[in-house]
Design a binder for this molecule. Structure first.
Ligand SMILES: [Zn+2]
Ligand SMILES: [Zn+2]
Length: 134
């Protein structure tokens, strides 16, 4: 199915023409910045299935995994939309909060649990990884 999404202000829109390869909660320290202290909810999707209307701003850094990462966001409203890793060029990550309709999308995996705060609830039903899964 085709899903659509975009930033809060509407300056950026995108279309996703594939089912997510994975849906993951991420507690890495970087995601705690983007997700306001919580875990980020991310889908991993084939990069070729995403088309973007508008030009996001982006910020590059080295992630806890050691990979160079590019995070893309709206320069107007600040909504985080995408992340891309040098170590996985065929796929990219979309922030689930930016989907118009996230019905049917639920996490199956939680990663970087070692960076989660003491109060975090790690759902025992999810496959959990202390760091980056292989
Ligand atoms: Zn915006
Ligand atoms: Zn993360």
């Amino acid at each position: 199915m085709t899903r659509t999404g975009g930033c809060r202000c509407g300056a950026l829109r995108y279309t996703l023409d594939a089912e997510p390869l994975a849906t993951r909660l991420c507690w890495c320290r970087d995601c705690q910045y983007w997700a306001l202290g919580n875990a980020a909810v991310n889908i991993v999707v084939p990069r070729a299935a995403v088309s973007v209307d508008g030009t996001p701003r982006s910020w590059d850094s080295t992630a806890d995994s050691g990979n160079r990462m590019r995070r893309s966001f709206c320069g107007e409203c600040g909504t985080q939309l995408f992340s891309e890793s040098e170590g996985n060029p065929q796929n990219m990550v979309i922030r689930v909060g930016s989907l118009d309709d996230a019905a049917g999308i639920a996490p199956t995996m939680v990663i970087w649990t070692a960076s989660a705060p003491a109060w975090a609830h790690i759902d025992p039903a999810l496959q959990a990884f202390p760091g980056q899964p292989q």
